[in-house]
Write a protein that binds this ligand. Structure first.
Ligand code: 0L1
Ligand code: MG
Length: 258
């Protein structure tokens, strides 16, 4: 079977737009490589750009050991965020498949980052950090049992993201020590230190730069980076209110509507 990157990207794009699950790609292409999967992801993002979506930044996925064990998958990956994925205040379940939400930190890089920066260089380039929630919604049937290339081709399961209203200067913070507490309807369901994100959330940014550099790319100016989840994700249902507290950062909250 010939691998048609653009056709597979269209298949996943249509699944997202129609709210209909598709079979994971490795059922048809068992030898799908990670690089082929990233090319399918790129082609899917190109479709979104053709429809007028503007890039917002990048996300790291599978950054916590808890998450990797939940998914049975072994290594961090990245995906692309567009402004159309940004949610403010409320998120509608309409057209979703099996959405989940997870606690993260977002970083902003006004001038971008290129090559393989050290943690100190990433910190120096960082123009703000804030609390963030990522909403994942894999397009695959039986989404628990997929492989790394399947997840990457599906843009790392990204659906939407919510950012706190205020950015904080990262320089004065012990970033690994801040605690993320994610509540649903006022009950804390997930809690972890930010060190659960790749040992230190800025190291997740360093890893992202390495993944991009391996593919001849860099973090563009003006990018935000979701550093990855500190804990496992929680399933979403209409009527819930999800909030994330990460003192001393501003909290973030989203209401889930039908
Ligand atoms: O953000 C992430 O950790 C990407 C992997 C998600 C896999 C999933 O839960 O759909
Ligand atoms: Mg995530």
């Amino acid at each position: 079977m010939v691998l048609d990157v653009n056709a597979l990207a269209r298949r996943l794009d249509e699944a997202r737009l129609s709210g209909r699950e598709v079979e994971r790609l490795t059922l048809e292409f068992p030898d799908l490589t990670l690089e082929q999967a990233y090319r399918i992801m790129d082609a899917g993002i190109a479709l979104r750009r053709e429809r007028g979506e503007r890039d917002a930044g990048l996300k790291m996925g599978l950054t916590s050991e808890a998450k990797r064990q939940q998914m049975g998958l072994g290594a961090p990956i990245y995906g692309v965020l567009t402004e159309a994925m940004r949610v403010r205040g409320s998120f509608s379940m309409a057209g979703t498949l099996h959405p989940k939400i997870e606690p993260e930190l977002a970083f902003h890089f006004a001038d971008g980052l290129r090559g393989g920066p050290t943690r100190a260089e990433a910190l120096a380039a960082c123009t703000g950090v804030c609390a963030a929630l990522e909403i994942l919604d894999s397009r695959y049937r039986d989404f628990k049992y997929f492989s790394l290339p399947d997840v990457v081709a599906d843009n790392a399961s990204s659906s939407h993201f919510v950012l706190a209203d205020a950015w904080t200067d990262a320089a004065g913070l012990a970033l690994g020590d801040v605690e993320l507490a994610m509540s649903i309807d006022g009950v804390v369901l997930q809690r972890a230190k930010a060190s659960a994100i790749s040992g230190d959330p800025l190291l997740s940014v360093v890893q992202l730069c390495a993944l991009l550099d391996d593919r001849g790319r860099a973090l563009p100016p003006g990018s935000l980076v979701l550093a990855g989840a500190a804990t496992v994700a929680e399933p979403l249902r209409a009527g819930q209110t999800v909030s994330l507290h990460v003192p001393p950062l501003a909290p973030v909250r989203v209401a889930i509507t039908p």
